[in-house]
Design a protein around this ligand. Structure first.
Ligand SMILES: NC(=O)c1ccc[n+]([C@@H]2O[C@H](COP(=O)([O-])OP(=O)(O)OC[C@H]3O[C@@H](n4cnc5c(N)ncnc54)[C@H](OP(=O)(O)O)[C@@H]3O)[C@@H](O)[C@H]2O)c1
Length: 164
């Protein structure tokens, strides 16, 4: 069983604004689908709420939503009330933590891998990714180059990190 965190951020660590993503990079959404399809995904209640109802649960993946609210229900998803319960629900499968800021910080200490997309934009926001301490994490793919999105020309780069 491995736990992989997957997110997209700006160089200053912004991952969200007003409950949504402050950019549109369809190539990164395709990358996200390719990484996570067929695997359980764990997300915070904030991220679940941020998904348009027609896109949730994320298809072809067991969706696990983390909340402290004992009466919360998410149609089509499993609900967990803490990290231990979420880990029990993934049942030794390789799982992906898919947001948001609170839940990335919660799972980073037990993550094996981080798949981070760097989006080269200078935008403000209210939600941040945790920093990756270079003493704990190393780039597994230092040769990845910058790419240009066909939608709007945004520059982005896929970065894989593993623990040292
Ligand atoms: N750029 C990216 O890759 C990316 C990916 C995903 C999301 N996002 C963005 O991130 C933002 C949402 O992130 P967020 O930080 O506001 O929310 P979040 O991390 O998605 O969810 C936070 C919620 O998770 C629950 N939670 C947190 N810790 C818990 C614990 N220990 N036990 C049980 N439940 C726990 C709580 O739900 P309750 O309040 O219900 O108790 C908490 O309010 C949105 O803007 C979204 O668009 C960006």
């Amino acid at each position: 069983m491995t736990v992989t965190l997957v997110w997209a951020q700006t160089p200053t660590g912004i991952i969200g604004r007003d409950g949504t993503l402050p950019w549109h990079v369809p190539e990164d959404m395709a990358h996200f689908r390719d990484l996570t399809r067929g695997h359980p995904v764990i997300m915070g209640r904030g991220t679940w709420d941020s998904l348009p109802p027609r896109f949730r649960p994320l298809p072809d993946r067991d969706n696990i939503v983390l909340t402290r609210n004992p009466s919360f229900e998410a149609a089509g998803a499993l609900v967990a009330h803490g990290v231990e319960e979420a880990l029990r629900l993934i049942e030794n499968r390789d799982a992906f933590v898919v947001g948001g800021g609170e839940v990335y910080a919660l799972f980073l200490p037990l993550a094996h891998r981080v798949e981070r997309t760097m989006v080269s934009l200078d935008v403000g926001g209210d939600t941040r990714a945790p920093a990756l301490d270079p003493r704990a994490w190393k780039r597994a793919d230092p040769d990845q180059t910058w790419l240009t999105s066909t939608a709007g020309g945004t520059r982005y780069r896929f970065e894989s990190y593993t623990r040292r």
